[in-house]
Structures are given as C-alpha cells and as structure tokens.
Design a protein around this ligand. Structure first.
Ligand SMILES: [Zn+2]
Ligand SMILES: [Zn+2]
Length: 388
C-alpha cells in the first residue's frame, strides 16, 4: 500500500482510484507471475541477474534470441546472450515506468537515479518536489527544469523492444491528438471573466492547472477556455478561449501565463480530465447585419455614440486608476473601419467591458450576445456609464 500511495497522481485519487489501484494490482500480479515462472517453471530456463546486469548484457541477434511466450505482450522476453554461459531474459515490463506502468516513454532519470517517463515525472512534481519512489528532495532539479532524456535507456528500448516502443508511441500520439481537440473535451480554466482581444495574465499554482497549461504547450494548441465559476454546474455556460503568448516558470513550479482572449464559446457538455474541467464547446460569432444601407448607417451611428460615451468615461478617471488599467489591459482600442470584419465585433467593446467595474455575472451575458447592436445598446445602458 505504501508503494501505491507513493506513485499515484494525487489529482486522480477521486476520479481514477479504481483504475489506478487495478493497474498497480495488475503490475504486482504480473511481477508475481513472472517471478513464479522464473523460479518454478521447468520450460523457461531463466536465470535472474541483478537488474542492472540484465541491461548491460548484449542481446543475441538471431531469431532464436527472441522468445514470445503466449499472446500476452508482457510475457515477451528477449534472450540475452551471456557469453557461453546460461541465457538470461529481459522482459519489456522490466522497462516500465513505475508511475504509469507502461513502457518508459521519453525516459528521464532523477539525480537519485530513478527513471520515469518525462510526462509522468512532471505530473508528480506538480504536487510534490520529492522523488515518487525514494522521496529524495528534487527541489533543485525542479528549479533548473532541465529534464534531459536518458539516451541510453531510450536506445536500449528502441533496439530491443521496437514493436513495444512503436505501440507506446502510437498511444502517446493518440493522447496528444485527443488533447489537441479544440471542440471536444477542451480544457477549461475556471477563474475569471475573459474577453476576445483582451489580455488575461494568470498566476498558475494549482497542480491540475500546471498540468493543463503544460499540455496546451506540448500539443501546440496553446489554447484553453476560460469560464467563471457556477455554483450549480461548476462553471458558466459561456466562456472565452485564451491563447498563451508566454509562460514564465518559477523555481518551485508555479508560473505566470500571459494570455489573450480569442473566440467566444458556448458550453455544450461539462466534463473533467485528470483533475481539471473540460467541455465540449461551440464557438459563438456575431450575426452579420443585412446589407441594407439604413441598418448599417444606424448601427454606425449607435457604435460611434457608445464609443464616445466609453471614451469619455475612461478619460475622466483619476490618473492613478487610469494608469493601473493601462498597465493591465493596454490602451483603449481605436474604432474599426469595418464593424463586422471581426466575428467578435469591435475590440474596444470588449476592452471597455473588461475595465468597467462590473460584477462577473453582469459581464457574462455579453459573451452570449451575437448581435453587435444588442451589445452596443447594453453597454450604453450600463449604470456606470449613464451615471457619469
Ligand atoms: Zn510513465
Ligand atoms: Zn529517487
């Protein structure tokens, strides 16, 4: 039990305990079976060397050197030529990561000498800066963030278990493809209100969000959804995608993420993955105004008048407050010549909504609006602008 506790990803305790327990049970059963076979089976002339010696020995190259025992891949062993002496066997499960119980993928070795898949180790270090197996303090190792791959281990796996490696790589690539989907199971950060085109700096310290941000970077999407919390559903039905522009890591694993708002979305289905929220989403865009001249002219007049109202409000703020807004959100975007060129409408609307002192609940309906006219009318009616 102690071993199991030490290697579980803590965020999975609630959701995946059964699965993890099963994995560990299975692993120990496999080991036990292998041990039994190695000591009692008459048909497998196996000599058990210390694990380190097993890897140092050279494999024979002929076909007889490979032995497949039954259909289970865990039982496949490669015969190792031990000079003219007895033969020994390397089982692919000997090269399993003790965190995910799968063949080591992108193996990294800690200063204390334990080897894990890179992604598995990073996930453990999100929670605790100690080696998952021996509990050695890895603070300095984490601070440097230089997780060099263990080339020798990679070469050995590639040379002696190419099929298993191919399969492992396929699983990894499938996971990456799944994590890259920006419609289904999209990662959701439940924190604050975010708007298209508006910068959103974030301080990341919770382990689940460390994992989420790292995955966004690894997959290359560099995007995740931002929603405000909802006491019933967990998070609101509308949100805004954020694109990561830069991530700055601190020595202890925390980070500051510089992100900016992109598209708006509607949540179709709430779900979870590895401790953080996810959602199936549909993107929200403004409806195009029909090409009638009068309608377009009316919209332009409304637009200009609300812009002036917003501009006046901002220019009459006290210099200190104005300075804080400018340093956080940048300056107020200028009017756009074509109001409908952007599916989110003019950027200044989102900027003013972000800087106005409004409750999140009052801001939320704006994300759902698909009519620029409605958005402009609603901004014009906001108390904070009408009372100036
Ligand atoms: Zn692993
Ligand atoms: Zn260790």
């Amino acid at each position: 039990m102690e071993y199991k506790k030490s290697v579980m990803f803590p965020e999975e305790v609630d959701s995946c305990e059964c699965k993890s327990s099963w994995k560990f049970k299975q692993k120990s059963e496999n080991k036990t079976d292998v041990e039994k076979k190695r000591t009692s089976s008459a048909e497998a002339p196996v000599k058990l060397p210390p694990p380190c010696n097993t890897l140092k020995r050279k494999l024979s190259s002929d076909d007889e050197g490979r032995m497949l025992e039954g259909p289970c891949k865990l039982q496949k062993r490669v015969r190792v030529n031990n000079g003219d002496q007895d033969s020994v066997y390397v089982d692919p499960s000997d090269l399993d990561c003790s965190l995910c119980m799968r063949l080591l993928y992108e193996p990294v070795t800690t200063p204390c000498g334990h080897t894990y898949c890179l992604k598995c180790l990073e996930r453990c270090l999100d929670h605790n800066s100690k080696c998952p197996l021996c509990k050695e303090d890895l603070c300095e190792y984490l601070a440097v963030r230089k997780f060099c791959k263990t080339g020798l281990m990679e070469d050995l796996i590639a040379k002696y278990f190419p099929e298993e490696l191919k399969e492992r790589k396929m699983v990894y690539e499938e996971e990456i493809a799944e994590l890259s989907n920006l419609n289904t199971n999209v990662p959701i950060f439940v924190c604050t209100m975010a708007y298209p085109t508006v910068p959103c700096p974030l301080h990341i310290f919770e382990p689940c969000y460390r994992l989420m941000i790292r995955r966004c970077m690894e997959t290359g999407t560099k995007q995740f959804g931002m929603c405000i919390g909802d006491s019933v559903k967990g998070f609101a039905d509308y949100g805004c995608m954020l694109e990561i522009r830069n991530v700055e890591f601190f020595a202890d694993g925390r980070s500051v993420v510089d992100s900016i708002g992109k598209r708006r979305f509607k949540v179709i289905r709430h779900s979870q993955r590895d401790g953080y929220n996810t959602a199936d989403i549909e993107y929200v865009e403004d409806d195009k105004v029909s090409p009638g001249r009068t309608l377009r002219r009316d919209l332009l007049v409304l637009h200009d008048s609300v812009y002036d109202q917003a501009y006046t409000w901002f220019s009459t703020l006290k210099p200190a407050l104005k300075g804080r807004i400018l340093s956080h959100f940048g300056s107020m975007p200028a009017k756009e010549t074509d109001l409908q060129v952007n599916p989110n409408g003019p950027a200044w609307c989102w900027w003013i909504l972000a800087v106005l002192p409004l409750e999140s609940r009052a801001q939320l309906p704006f994300l759902a609006m698909t009519s620029l006219k409605d958005r402009l009318t609603s901004i014009r009616r906001l108390d904070v602008l009408t009372s100036q």
